[in-house]
Design a protein around this ligand. Structure first.
Ligand SMILES: Cc1ncc(COP(=O)(O)O)c(C=O)c1O
Length: 433
């Protein structure tokens, strides 16, 4: 009997009915193949073969309280009893919106959607409508969802396709995009304010918005260099451009007010999803009145049959209540930084060049000869096959990791979990020599 026999059998069956055997591109690559899971609680998830894993994927980030948090389950059950989707207004929705308005600095008005991709899409639409300009500026290596207008420039099949550092070539991430989609955006390297300033000086009349992840979570988990976000804010003010923070990962993870509160820079529009509702589908577009009024008065259409369903709103209410009342965030930082430090230590002992970067509640690990990864181009130095072996070795020993190198910490992780992860990493790193 193999360790994943049942999963393999089910995956083969799934490939005959689901395209690629999965329902999201990012689920295709788990080692040794996509696994089937049967239940999860706290920091642990159990697959259909009965293997229990300590989970640092948190299902790509949403499970900030860990799996199956009792308060979330109870509120969702209660809300589901009351009804599932009124497609009308309800008190829970109002209560959640009022709470978010209090918590998120830029949130003068809000709208709920189901996914981060949709809310990013809405943010760009609003920015175009308000400014009357056609394009947006985005950054190499950032991810803003899978929809058409942002499906450029997150990676390239070969480095030569990326063009020069100063003038990156927008790279199509997927087939099937409309013609001329490259004309909708300008791409620049992140964390280089000088290049942003230069570009805006000559092209600001074309640019509706600058959209950025406040931390480049999707490649290397790089933090903004001091002054970068504030510099974007000042440049946007100078030229009448909307500053959009894509807080789909940083939101509720760096703190209740997101990265905008953590770094003290307030965008015009911000998008939240993932950690907001412990795995239930809900996202929010929050922004300044000047922008959101366009949705309020119907100039910009934002809609969705399934938006703000009772269980999703209840899941968000419960998640935020726990985050607020149980002082989760200090723990996410302490445990995250302890784990980062432990991984650094065992990688030195094993003679493995494992670089660990990030604020703590999420961080990135990757093998590179560089002492610091500073931008997207540097992330190309990561030895991906070696990290894939590391992830497979961890998986074999009961630790579930994201293949791209991002680690997430939840309120359910304990110091014993952190110690277990470090000890297991030490063992796996030795096998890579
Ligand atoms: C920064 C960022 N923005 C947007 C998205 C898209 O969110 P969703 O997958 O909920 O559509 C993601 C997803 O990983 C993300 O990391």
């Amino acid at each position: 009997m193999g360790r994943y026999d049942k999963s393999k059998e089910l995956y083969d069956r799934a490939c005959r009915v689901l395209a690629g055997g999965v329902s999201s591109e990012f689920r295709k690559y788990g080692p040794p193949h996509p696994l089937f899971y049967q239940r999860a609680a706290g920091s642990r998830i159990v697959d259909v073969d009965g293997n229990e894993s300590l989970d640092f994927t948190l299902s790509q980030g949403p499970l900030i309280l860990g799996h199956s948090h009792p308060r979330v389950l109870a509120e969702v059950a209660q809300a589901s009893q009351e009804g599932q989707l009124f497609a009308g207004q309800h008190l829970r929705e109002l209560g959640l919106a009022e709470k978010l308005q209090r918590l998120i600095p830029c949130a003068e008005l809000l709208r709920f959607s189901l996914s981060g991709s949709e809310a990013d899409h809405a943010a760009l639409r609003v920015a175009r409508a308000v400014t009357g300009r056609p394009k947006f500026l985005r950054f190499e290596g950032h991810y803003h969802g899978w929809l058409d207008n942002v499906s450029l420039a997150i990676s390239a099949p070969n480095p030569a396709a990326l063009g020069s550092y100063e003038h990156p070539t927008p790279v199509r991430w997927t087939a099937g995009l409309p013609d001329h989609i490259e004309d909708q955006s300008l791409v620049l390297p992140w964390n280089n304010l000088e290049l942003v300033e230069q570009t805006l000086a000559s092209r600001h009349t074309e640019i509706a918005a600058i959209i950025t992840e406040p931390v480049m979570c999707n490649n290397g988990c790089l933090e903004p260099v001091p002054g970068f976000l504030a510099g974007l804010r000042a440049a946007c003010d100078r030229y009448g451009i909307a500053l959009i923070f894509d807080e789909v990962i940083t939101g509720f993870r760096l703190g209740l007010g997101g990265a905008q509160q953590y770094y003290g820079v307030i965008p015009d529009l911000a998008v939240f999803g993932k950690a907001m509702a412990s795995g239930y589908p809900i996202s929010v577009l929050a922004g300044k009145r000047q922008y959101m009024d366009k949705i309020a008065d119907g100039t910009v259409i934002h809609a969705g049959t399934m938006n703000s369903g009772n269980p999703c709103i209840a899941a968000a209410q419960a998640t935020l209540a726990v985050l607020e009342t149980e002082a989760v965030h200090p723990r996410l930082f302490i445990y995250g930084q302890k784990l980062m430090q432990g991984l650094r230590q065992v990688s030195i002992e094993a003679g493995q060049p494992l670089l660990i970067q990030g604020p703590g509640p999420m961080f990135h690990a990757g093998f590179t000869p560089l002492e610091q990864v500073r931008d997207f181009r540097d992330t190309l130095s990561y030895d991906k096959p070696r990290y894939a072996k590391f992830v497979a070795g961890m998986q074999e020993r009961g630790i579930r990791l994201i293949g791209r190198g991002l680690w997430y910490i939840s309120a359910a992780h304990t110091t014993a979990d952190i110690d277990q992860a470090i000890a297991t990493a030490a063992e796996v790193l030795r096998t890579l020599n």
